[in-house]
Design a protein around this ligand. Structure first.
Ligand code: 13P
Length: 254
């Protein structure tokens, strides 16, 4: 299928996998996906597995992402990880502002925008997550929420930085629920997000930005979701924890 932008399919492992389990998974993925050239493949293990996974994927088509980082470069921030530390393990991407962090760590759009800037300053590509809750969708607020999150979380980025930023549209009601957005709902939200990007950064930049869909992506719905013109990849949670299901999502998307 001809896509306007190259697909990027990422596994967000969340707080799962010991080092041994992470290596099992990534070695299985290497075997299954060795011949895939059409899609950017990314895994985002927990911090504790980055070092070993990084070594395991050295000679492969799998790239490495982290799930979070601190907005400061260095200093007295107990328990935090800086961009430069991620770079030591050849991390190239970092998920920012996931709805679980917005909810449990109270991350705000303003904080996420500072993290996105810090990521770019370290030459890491941020994957900035946005998405409405069920209440917001049912209240007719989806576009209002997405508009606010896109404006706030990307504030201060230059157009050049925006081109190197990925957005993940993850409706909160679809995360871990088994209830994915329909292809039409995803396409509609992605078109809207792209229109907001066009207003802020210009049409040319908006056309280049890759927007992933996330929320109960599985082998059985990947093809339909990925075939939407404005869906440029997936951010996969649960189904990225098994070789079979993550590999099938990727193969079904090509
Ligand atoms: P699930 O694929 O488990 O619904 O999680 C989606 C997600 O949060 C990816 O970041």
């Amino acid at each position: 299928m001809e896509k306007a932008r190259r697909l990027i399919i990422a596994g967000n492992w969340k707080m799962n996998k010991t080092v041994a389990e992470a290596l099992d998974l990534v070695n299985g993925l290497k075997r299954e996906l060795a011949n895939v050239k059409e899609v950017d493949i990314l895994v985002c293990p927990p911090f504790t597995a980055l070092c070993e996974v990084s070594k395991a994927i050295l000679d492969s088509n799998i790239k490495l992402g982290a799930q979070n980082m601190n907005e400061n470069n260095v200093g007295a921030f107990t328990g935090e990880i800086a961009a430069v530390m991620l770079k030591e393990f050849s991390v190239r991407y970092v998920i920012l502002g996931h709805s679980e962090r917005r909810q449990y760590q109270k991350e705000t759009d303003e904080l996420i925008s500072r993290k996105a800037l810090a990521a770019h300053n370290a030459a890491l590509k941020p994957i900035v997550c946005v998405g409405e809750t069920l209440n917001e969708r049912e209240g007719g607020l989806t576009e209002k929420v997405l508009d606010r999150q896109v404006h706030g979380s990307l504030a201060g980025l230059t157009p050049e930085q925006m081109e190197e930023t990925i957005i993940a549209y993850e409706p909160v009601w679809a995360i871990g629920t088994g209830r994915n957005a329909t292809a039409e709902q995803a396409q509609q939200a992605h078109t809207f997000i792209r229109s907001v990007l066009a207003k802020i950064f210009g049409e040319n930049v908006a056309k280049k930005v890759r927007i992933q869909y996330g929320g109960s992506v599985k082998p059985s719905n990947a093809r339909e979701l990925m075939s939407q013109p404005d869906v440029d990849g997936a951010l996969v949670g649960g189904a990225s924890l098994e070789v079979r299901s993550f590999a099938d999502i990727i193969k079904n998307s090509i």
